[in-house]
Design a protein around this ligand. Structure first.
Ligand code: PGA
Length: 256
């Protein structure tokens, strides 16, 4: 059975009070779309308050990053066990982390392993920049990010992973990839890599989200594609109504 997973990445937006208001709005409209898996990823500080409000509801909560050490002298970092206390999910390797904060495929892999060990489900982001896209390097870049980012992960561990394909040029620009182009990368680049590493049965069941300017008006078209199993939504997840509209679109696609 096809499953669609829609996650909201709130990035560095929303105070604790605003986060509580936003999640309350999302929760009040979510009940009707219970065939869709949904999650929100607030900033670290807002996570406990949002988690408390989501308890006993189908809405899952994720953090936007995690460190790989279990504890120690790592000022300002947050350990996997700390995240696991209040979250189901964590995002690793977001392009903003790669571009602005020195994230590499190697550190993505360290975070991924540590997060899985702590029992978290992990959304691993990959995606090419505009320059790489224009140079025809999408496949090469995404393949490297997948291979190095997922190095040494077992087939069993892979069941807790979601891949988010987020072409960097589509993030926050209002210029989403076309459903066909995104599906091509999911189906012909990412899926075969998953199948090769984890075996076909498991590879086929791993969800591949698309991310980059998903909006209520393009969500249904994207989610209708064969290998787009959901979305990682930035800007449009900061408003309850538009995030719910995207979840509704997913629900409709599933209902045929
Ligand atoms: P966007 O962000 O939906 O605002 O383009 C997506 C993301 O960065 O995860």
């Amino acid at each position: 059975m096809r499953r669609i997973f829609v996650a909201g990445n709130w990035k560095m937006h929303k105070t604790i009070a605003e986060a509580k208001e936003l999640v309350s709005g999302i929760l009040s409209g979510l009940g009707q779309y219970d065939n869709v898996e949904a999650a929100v990823c607030p900033s670290y500080l807002a996570v406990p308050a949002v988690s408390e409000l989501c308890e006993g509801t189908p809405l899952k909560v994720g953090a936007q990053n995690v460190y790989w050490e279990e504890s120690g002298a790592y000022t300002a970092e947050v350990a996997p066990q700390m995240v696991a206390e209040v979250c189901d999910y964590v995002i690793v390797g977001h392009s903003e982390r790669r571009k602005l904060f020195g994230e590499t495929d190697e550190t993505v892999n360290k975070r991924l392993k540590a997060a899985l060990k702590a029992g978290l489900k992990v959304i691993v982001c990959v995606g090419e920049t505009l320059e790489e896209n224009e140079a025809g390097e999408t496949e090469k870049v995404v393949t490297r990010q997948m291979k190095d980012g997922l190095a040494d992960i077992s087939a069993e561990q892979a069941m807790d992973i979601t891949i988010a394909y987020e072409p960097v040029w589509a993030i926050g620009t209002g210029r989403a990839a076309t459903p066909e182009d995104a599906n091509h990368v999911h189906k012909d680049v990412i899926r075969p890599l998953l199948n090769a590493q984890f075996g076909e049965e498991r590879g086929e069941s791993i969800r591949i989200q698309y991310g980059g300017s998903i909006k209520p008006n393009n969500a249904a078209e994207l989610f209708s594609m064969s290998d787009i199993d959901g979305g990682l939504v930035g800007g449009a997840s900061l408003d309850a109504e538009s995030f719910l509209a995207i979840i509704k679109a997913a629900s409709k696609v599933l209902n045929g």
